[in-house]
Design a binder for this molecule. Structure first.
Ligand SMILES: C[S@@+](CC[C@H](N)C(=O)[O-])C[C@H]1O[C@@H](n2cnc3c(N)ncnc32)[C@H](O)[C@@H]1O
Length: 304
């Protein structure tokens, strides 16, 4: 295609094609010689993309089954954003002593283990990957508490160990984006809450995805932030695995919460501490460009 056809290039990139070369002044258009861009995709890259459930239909292998160990390795780094800004929101969670916690999309379950050590009880973690702490990655329960269950969060109401129970805290830590029907999933979460229970939900700042896509697609921030087209991206944890996301604006998120009968009690955008800023200036530079995450404490709307 013509090398200045930004929209076609963006479309191919979104499908996983990469630039392989440029044929200089190869096309004569309206009397002007223009460059052609050559893009390609290798068979194994195409196969890896097809691991995404959107591409192959329900029941297919989940990208997170492959991705989970890479994510946990990256999360373990001293300068990981998870350590610096994403898990500190436990302050929003408050004291968990004696509280029952359901962690939806719990990863390897280590955050839940931390909460149990801090006094939480009757805790359940659910994740589709099945790579849980202490069980060698085979899936299944690692210990009586927390109970870790390999399941799809889109079937929350029927998950063994969850159905028929209530929890003081329901967490979606960087996992809510995988709900195929976000309102239904949140309504289910709401129905699992005890009388004074709340949902703690974190999401990547929607503007971060928009900025990344402007860089990739050569578009403007407004075009990407307000886009409603699904997009895919190679994760920094393993660039062979692509994840697909539905863009959402902050207004979209608030509308979903409201439709699920929840109101925002607290919303926080965690920042690096002064100390971490000094120790990891590259992370501050990254945050200054791409922003971080949003943390919401959501309470059931009385009477809804
Ligand atoms: C970014 S990680 C966050 C993990 C963990 N909550 C944390 O904060 O470290 C996203 C998690 O969502 C899980 N996930 C993705 N799709 C899921 C689904 N359909 N059902 C359950 N878990 C899912 C992934 O396996 C992964 O562990």
């Amino acid at each position: 295609m013509l090398a200045d056809n930004a929209r076609a290039i963006a479309c191919y990139r979104r499908c996983g094609f990469r630039e392989e070369g440029r044929e200089r002044e190869a096309a004569l258009v309206d009397g002007t010689w223009r460059d052609d861009l050559v893009m390609g995709i290798l068979a194994h890259e195409h196969t890896t993309q097809r691991e995404d459930p959107d591409d192959v239909g329900a029941g297919a292998e989940q990208p997170w089954v492959t991705l989970a160990p890479h994510y946990e390795r990256a999360r373990g780094r001293e300068d990981s954003l998870d350590r610096l800004v994403e898990w500190p929101p436990k302050e929003v969670l408050g004291d968990v002593t004696g509280r029952s916690v359901l962690d939806v999309g719990c990863g390897d379950g280590s955050k839940l283990v931390e909460l149990v050590r801090a006094g939480a009880r009757a805790c359940v973690g659910v994740d589709v990957s099945g790579h849980f702490v202490g069980d060698g990655g085979e899936g299944g329960a690692a210990a009586p508490d927390p109970e870790l269950v390999q399941c799809d969060l889109n079937e929350l109401e029927s998950i063994p160990g969850v159905a028929g129970r209530t929890f003081d805290r329901v967490l979606f830590l960087q996992s809510f984006g995988y709900a195929t029907d976000p309102v239904r999933t949140l309504r289910t979460a709401r129905s699992l809450l005890t009388d004074d229970g709340f949902v703690l939900l974190t999401r990547t700042h929607p503007i971060r995805y928009a900025v990344e896509r402007t860089e990739l697609n050569g578009t403007s921030l407004g075009e990407e932030y307000y886009s409603t087209e699904r997009f895919s991206y190679a994760t920094g944890w393993n660039d062979q695995v692509r994840l697909h996301k539905q863009p959402s604006t902050i207004a979209d998120l608030l509308t979903v919460f409201s439709a699920a009968g929840l109101w925002v009690e607290t919303a926080v955008e965690p920042q690096l501490s002064d100390d971490d800023r000094r120790r990891h200036p590259h992370k501050q530079r990254w945050m200054d460009t791409y922003l971080g995450i949003l943390v919401f404490r959501l309470r059931p709307h009385p009477g809804r």
